[in-house]
Design a protein around this ligand. Structure first.
Ligand SMILES: C[S@@+](CC[C@H](N)C(=O)[O-])C[C@H]1O[C@@H](n2cnc3c(N)ncnc32)[C@H](O)[C@@H]1O
Length: 266
């Protein structure tokens, strides 16, 4: 959980989208700060890319930065409303295709046609079956040097801790205060762990290049993971893994900079 159906009802009509997702970037000091300070340092070596596929683009918070960095761009999202917003937002820009999908299928993407798959701040709400379905299609759609950068849940790692805590409900405030439990887990999926995704990648005949687990708006829980993956021909690169418990300190740093150097968040 959350299921594809729950995601559809949450995002395709259930959410107001008044600020097109920029509201989620506030802890980083705004969308531009989050792109340049958080995302770009992790993906810059794959840009510029020939053809980019963005899975779960929402209302285009990252699309605006990806578009100038590729020759052609494909947006896939299960929300028809989000895709309509993107069509309006990026009207007049050449080389863009848009698809509303069923939350799993990439059948509309031609074989070996994508150089870079990107998904950020969306598949954290996706369960194992969704990640399995998408990753299972990457071998078919990626070009020879193609890579993917996926932001997904790692909350499965803490499942037992939270199940046990149900038996000691009265202690929850203390456990939260001690940093053993978190107040808010941000609707992450409970079935997914970083190692599950690594296995999915390997079963798909691909290779994990980097796995970085991060504490996304939590005190200590490494609830999220960024997985970078590519073809086995990149084997010489090995797989690097990192447990980044400083992730929200990075956000605070960017937020402080944004106060000095941008007018967002003022
Ligand atoms: C929290 S919003 C984030 C949107 C965008 N990535 C951003 O950061 O602004 C989640 C988006 O993921 C889409 N989504 C959720 N599950 C999906 C799935 N299985 N396949 C495609 N899109 C999905 C939703 O429709 C929504 O647009």
């Amino acid at each position: 959980m959350p299921t594809v159906e729950q995601n559809k009802s949450a995002w395709d009509g259930g959410y107001h989208w008044d600020d097109r997702g920029d509201e989620w970037s506030k802890p980083w000091g705004g969308t531009a700060m989050q792109w340049y300070g958080v995302i770009l340092p992790r993906i810059h070596r794959f840009l510029d890319a020939g053809r980019i596929l963005e899975i779960a683009c929402g209302c285009g918070r990252w699309t605006q930065y990806l578009l100038p960095r590729c020759r052609s761009y494909v947006a896939v999202d299960l929300s028809a409303a989000c895709i309509e917003t993107c069509k309006r937002r990026f009207a007049g820009k050449a080389g863009i295709e848009y698809y509303v999908n069923d939350g799993k299928s990439l059948d509309m993407i031609a074989d070996h046609s994508v150089d870079f798959v990107f998904s950020f701040d969306s598949l954290v709400h996706a369960d194992k079956s969704v990640l399995q379905a998408y990753i299972g299609q990457f071998n078919r759609i990626l070009t020879e040097d193609g890579v993917a950068f996926l932001h997904h849940s790692n909350l499965g790692r803490y499942r037992l801790r939270y199940i046990r805590s149900r038996h000691v409900k009265a202690l929850k405030p203390v456990l939260v205060w001690l940093g053993i439990l978190e107040d808010d887990l941000h609707w992450r999926d409970w079935s997914v762990r970083a190692e599950d995704v690594r296995q999915m990648v390997e079963s798909a005949g691909l290779k994990c290049l980097v796995q970085e687990t991060v504490n996304w708006r939590t005190r200590r829980t490494l609830n999220d993971c960024f997985t970078t993956l590519g073809r086995k021909s990149r084997a010489q690169e090995g797989c690097l893994s990192s447990e980044n418990r400083d992730y929200m300190n990075e956000a605070e740093h960017l937020f402080r900079l944004s106060r000095l150097y941008t007018d967002t968040g003022r």
